[in-house]
Design a protein. Structure first.
Length: 210
């Protein structure tokens, strides 16, 4: 049985924090591969953006940026199953599709520790936990002690399998990167060079504000 990590998200844009988290999970959880799955239309963001004055590159462009970001790591793969799916994207559906297609694989859904406090409000959380181990990235011992009660509650209520993933404190977000591009500041070393070139060629994020 192969152990496969799942990294989902809009990846708007994908940055080194995503890549570091995926590599950390691969090493700590002894994963055979990590699969990146850019969302098509996230039900959490359908009809809205992070800010009313922001636009989002197409699903195909975000897929391309993800492919460029991971291309040098032989343990990373990029899947287009959510980009090709019509309508809103739900995590439980993606995991069920993967489990049906790859029944011999064991899946680890990689997310931040804050996910532990919101996942029970996602669509069909019981079906999420039925098809994966949740790998929650925790930054620091203090946060770990604070989240123990929530971890135990999810394990009790959903028979969830939750793995704690120690991760470095890296203050970097896609929102910050978009802001820096918009204001003409450098994003060097925050993105892979290939992704940075693609963004520059396409002119993404520069004209979000009128």
């Amino acid at each position: 049985m192969s152990r496969v990590g799942i990294m989902g998200g809009t990846f708007n844009p994908i940055h080194i924090g995503h890549l570091l988290l995926a590599e950390c999970a691969r090493e700590e959880l002894q994963l055979d591969e990590v699969w990146f799955i850019p969302t098509g239309v996230s039900y959490m963001k359908a009809g809205k953006n992070d800010r009313p004055d922001e636009s989002m590159p197409s699903a195909e462009d975000r897929l391309k940026m993800t492919e460029l970001a991971i291309r040098e790591n032989p343990f990373f793969r990029c899947l287009d199953i959510e980009v090709r799916r019509a309508g809103a994207t739900y995590t439980y559906e993606t995991l069920e599709v993967l489990k049906d297609k790859y029944p011999e694989h064991s899946f680890y859904f990689i997310c931040g520790a804050d996910c532990l406090y919101t996942i029970d409000r996602w669509r069909c959380p019981d079906r999420i936990f039925a098809n994966c181990t949740l790998a929650a990235a925790v930054r620091g011992d203090t946060l770990l002690s604070e989240m123990e009660d929530q971890k135990r509650r999810l394990e009790r209520d959903f028979q969830a399998d939750i793995a704690v993933l120690p991760f470095r404190n890296l203050e970097l977000s896609s929102t910050e990167i978009r802001d820096r591009i918009r204001s003409g500041r450098s994003v060097r070393y925050m993105l892979s060079e290939a992704v940075q070139r693609y963004i520059e060629e396409k002119g993404f994020y520069k004209n979000d504000r009128a």
